[in-house]
Design a protein. Structure first.
Length: 365
């Protein structure tokens, strides 16, 4: 079955530019106008007011300062991450497609029992690709993407966080279909016992719960109004139960396995040349326990080790004269030996265990 077309944002189509002869005699056109080159397909001529693409409508409601903050800090109209940029995680990709991408592509099929989830939680150790997945989902669906860091929300907008959450969802509805990605969602919605919670943070959490409840009912059977909440956390056990209940689908994003580590190495070294002797399978085995972000760091470090081999002992003037091709030598096992020896995995074993226990209790597949 052919893949259905994704739901496109309602950007008014550009008007076709008229091609063909225009009768100027009856319009009283001047000589200069008559001599103007006729528009052709290759050279459509100077666009007129009518031909200009119409700007999509802009949200103008709410407090101006807060609105501008959201537009500046959180609104990402064009997330560009693709599934192929993300190593491994086939299960997470499948679940996200099933939970977000497909309901937007074929809404009539996802009704009743199959109605989309209200919210989705991605949990797992840090640096495993949760943010990348959220961006890739938004890019794939063509939804407007709001990238909210709860930690920033709590500190930068202190006192206004509650208003901000409300306005954020108003804007998400305006620009729908939208994905609201809330990173570190545990810090906005930790359970009461853990946080010694004060009044302000309780109000933010309550506002988030209210907004999430409103997300489904605002649909009124029209999926183009869909607002999907996607949360991410490195500490799922800290999240308030009331919020966990609303994040109905919980997807575990684990550390990369062997296959994903090989892919990570390939993705990271896409633009570099590598020594044919360098065995990526063997290298990936040595990186067992490293997160995606750790492996990216190892690769970056190895590329610098490699560069330094060429530059050490040279003065700046000599370096300036070097041909780029001369410095750009293939990365070797030796470069990685050095970088691995000084980059430790950032995720402790017991943290992985804790995630797996939480997944067994609360995770969904
Ligand atoms: P998280 O949100 O889980 O903390 P991120 O998605 O922000 O992690 O990943 C941080 C960085 O680590 C990315 O920018 C990317 O360079 C790298 N990375 C992590 N996981 C992956 C992955 N699965 N595939 C490709 N790159 C990854």
């Amino acid at each position: 079955v052919a893949a259905p077309e994704p739901v496109k944002k309602a950007v008014p189509a550009k008007k076709p530019v008229p091609v063909g002869r225009v009768d100027t005699t009856s319009t009283g056109a001047t000589k200069a106008e008559e001599n103007k080159e006729e528009p052709t397909e290759e050279n459509p001529g100077t666009p007129t007011e009518e031909d200009k693409p119409v700007e999509p409508p802009k949200f103008e409601g709410g407090d101006k300062d807060l609105r501008e903050m959201i537009e500046k800090d959180m609104l990402d109209r064009n997330p560009t991450v693709s599934w192929n940029d993300i190593a491994g995680l086939p299960e997470a990709k499948r679940l996200l497609e099933e939970a977000i991408v497909l309901p937007l592509w074929m809404p009539e099929y996802f009704r009743g029992l199959r109605r989309p989830w209200k919210g989705i939680l991605m949990f797992g150790p840090p640096g495993t690709g949760k943010t990348m997945l959220a961006k890739a989902v938004a890019a794939k669906c063509g939804t407007t993407f709001f990238n909210v860091s709860s930690a920033t929300l709590a500190s930068k907008y202190r006192g206004e966080s509650e208003k901000l959450v409300k306005l954020l969802f108003e804007m998400a509805r305006f620009y729908a279909p939208s994905t609201v990605f809330i990173d570190e969602i545990d810090s906005i919605a930790s359970s009461r016992e853990d946080s010694g919670e004060h009044e302000a943070s309780r109000r933010v959490k309550t506002e988030l719960l209210i907004q999430m409840d409103g997300v489904g009912s605002a649909l009124e059977g029209d999926e183009s109004k869909m607002v999907m909440v996607l949360g991410a956390t490195n500490f799922p056990w800290k999240i308030d139960q009331a919020l966990i209940r609303r994040l109905e689908k919980r997807i575990y994003i684990p550390l990369p396995d062997q296959e994903a580590r090989v892919q990570l190495l390939k993705i990271n070294m896409r633009q570099l040349s590598i020594d044919p002797e360098l065995d990526l399978e063997e290298l990936a085995k040595r990186l067992d326990g490293y997160s995606g972000s750790d492996i990216t760091n190892v690769c970056r470090d190895a590329s610098f080790v490699n560069m330094r081999k060429k530059l050490t002992g040279l003065g700046l003037d000599e370096i300036k004269k070097l041909d780029k091709a001369e410095i750009d030598t293939p990365l070797t096992k030796g470069d990685f030996d050095q970088s691995i020896s000084r980059t430790n995995p950032s995720v402790p074993q017991d943290a992985v265990k804790k995630h797996e226990e939480w997944r067994d209790k609360f995770g969904a597949s």
